[in-house]
Design a binder for this molecule. Sequence first.
Ligand code: ATP
Ligand code: MG
Length: 456
Amino acid sequence: MITRFLGRVFSGRLFRPPQPKIIPFSEHGIARDAISACALRVTQTLQRHEFSAFVVGGAVRDLLLGRRPKDFDVATDATPEDVRGLFRRSRVIGRRFRLVHVMCGPETVEVSTFRGPNVMEEGDERVADEHGRILRDNVFGSQEQDATRRDFSINALFYDPASQEVWDYHDGVADLKKRRLRMIGDAEARYREDPIRMLRAVRLAASRGLEMDAATRKPIRRFVDLLAHVPPARVLDEMLKLLLSGHSAQCVEQLRDEGLHRGVLPLLEATMGQPLGQRFVMAALRSTDERMLAGKPVSPGFLFAALLWPEVLAAWRAFEEQGENSIPALYHAMERIVDAQREKLAIPHRFTADMKEIWGLQPRLLQRSGRRPYRLLEHPRFRAGYDFLLLRCASGEMAPEIGEWWTRFQHAGEAERAGMLVQEGAPGRRRRRRKRRRHGGGGEGGQHGGETKAEG
Ligand code: ATP
Ligand code: MG
């Protein structure tokens, strides 16, 4: 009884809820035609049935920043069953907190019922684990409560397409104007509740050009280890969002600035500590970002292969120096590095399989005699292996000549290809040359210098 009463007091149910700032169209300038057709249809239908309905979260933030939103989410006081009943093409998803996906043509809009704080009631199961991490998050609430349980002030904005107003409970619009990223409430407590918010803070700050305020930033360095208690699938999801944000280079730099890489990509510490590793990783991230911005596909396996390559290379060399043959040494190095990564964040098999193929192709790309280059062209992962090779050339790890050779070879006619093949020399001599080239010692030619651009 007492806990229930206190719960109501603290959740604000007995207080008059704080009023939002209501910002009119004349001040923010976002017209309803900036909202996707599906989101507009969803809010209009809900409102016609006397429910409140707002576009919410990242879409409002991005519109105010002048960016095109990736997708549109709607928040409402209608229950999932209400929503499901209003839209024929919709389905309820999620077990703990149920959301509704409403489909119109190719577009899907996520509709969530306003969520409130989790209040411990008698006979309740645990709401948080021993580190304060929220385990359940499934209580309906008021719009104001929904705003307060969101992470950052700039993510707690509601846009009503009917009135074209922005409802702002936590001064998010002012923060956006100052380009400030600020956690709602007590930042330490909010990170404890959900450590993923640290990764979200870095991604948002780096990808939207925002600066964290001191209170939002400061706890992160100390709380890195809390990530270890989050289900790995969530960490991986958030890392993929970060790497595929189109701003992966800035995001990874900021991960390092905040010390947060230690919780997700621990090997980055060593990699970025040496110029070649840093050049390679940054070249890979920048090229990924360019591909994302150009709307080209990017594979997570390729990205992780790049992030871990400098350490694979170092281990490969070390095993060779201990007397292992080159190819077994490479496979040994791959296992070693994937294992080391697993300590913080296990990369799922569907990606590690790709990564190993890309790495495994690297020595094969040095073989340019006989039938071997023709066979390699037929390899299903040739393209990825070749793009990877170009990054090695661009970063200065390899002579540019070898990348240029493959660029030409792919597009050459039969006669030209035959003329390009490297003549088989004496076996001993070949092996020495191969080793020198792989280890970045120049190789033949290289007169074109510079980087060869990948397209795909
Ligand atoms: P984007 O979709 O561009 O990656 P987003 O901010 O929209 O960014 P989503 O994961 O789509 O991110 O989340 C939608 C909204 O849900 C956020 O804007 C925020 O209000 C809220 N939210 C998401 N994750 C959390 C979290 N871990 N804690 C609190 N609120 C969250
Ligand atoms: Mg979103």
